[in-house]
Design a binder for this molecule. Sequence first.
Ligand SMILES: Nc1ncnc2c1ncn2[C@@H]1O[C@H](COP(=O)(O)OP(=O)(O)OP(=O)(O)O)[C@@H](O)[C@H]1O
Ligand SMILES: [Mg+2]
Length: 350
Amino acid sequence: MVSKDEVLDALRSVTDPELHKDLVTLNMVREIQVDGGRVTFTLNLTTPACPLRSKIEQDARNAVASIKGVTTVEMKVGAQVAATHPFGESSVLKNVKNIIAVASGKGGVGKSTVAVNLALALSGSGAKVGILDADIYGPNIPLMMGVNERPAMRGDTIIPLVAHGIKVASLGFFYKDETALVWRGPMVAGAVKQLLTQVDWGDLDYLITDLPPGTGDSGLTLAQTVPLGGVVIVTTPQEAALNIATKAVGMFRKLNVPILGIVENMSYFVCPHCGEKSFIFSSGGGRKASTLLGVQFLGEIPLYPRIREQSDIGVPIVVAAPDSPESLAFKDVAFRVAGMVSMVAYNQSQ
Ligand SMILES: Nc1ncnc2c1ncn2[C@@H]1O[C@H](COP(=O)(O)OP(=O)(O)OP(=O)(O)O)[C@@H](O)[C@H]1O
Ligand SMILES: [Mg+2]
């Protein structure tokens, strides 16, 4: 007769390759039942965007099947995203598990593009996702997500719009004219706070927040208003990328925000005619910066005209062509971000 302890011991030999912890320690093993040689259990992957999901599933199944006396393994797979910072019961954000910022020390490197496609890739993997446009000065999210109408209100609460399956809130929904608004620090802080606490975000695994360029008021307010689950730093491949990433990493470290890692955007251009890769902005700056700064490298996104074209028509590439190489690059980044978030949550719970 096989015992539950034998099953647990077998599953302790399987490690999550991204988190370097065994499945039992990560609280991923639930509901073990043994009936003669038949073993049933649930494997909870902690996030639907679990990196190397099929490998973990296979390893877990093999580990249990190799126990002497086991004839049948029935493994159910669940996915519950871990929360990095449980908000108190009284918080309006109590059902939001992770708030993730996307930032850079510089403008125009593709923060909003990465934020939108990262959000959609996480959502595509089964997570509940929202996107908050904290770029008060030049909100791009409405254009990129293809939504722009005044949201409905319930009393003082803003009901977020929904586009491509994710909740969206942006100050861009509230002012239509193109006149540049002059924002002073306290106004920025107030606007970011409103988008966080006055929007009915409901139940979310990830709330992705797109920050304006630089290390200014929006990022500060965000980090000081809510405990952030982490920040994704976007950079480009040039040598100068190191300075950009260093500034951003420095600011968020000072604010005690976990650095989830660095994404290198516009890494290389793939010729649509011959398929040859050209490294227009040099190569390797993002990876080098992550090594020097001691943070995770989250991946490379190619410079590809279709990425911009799709953003401009409000149907981001991850939705328009989910299996294209560009989308797969975004999905890889999303997997790694999910893995890092899960690791931060695990470390906080210890
Ligand atoms: N990988 C890419 N391939 C092609 N075009 C891209 C890529 N990444 C971003 N772009 C385009 O580059 C421009 C700038 O990108 P984006 O708006 O995402 O940058 P940003 O860092 O958010 O800018 P800002 O600092 O102004 O907020 C956009 O037109 C976008 O569509
Ligand atoms: Mg932007």
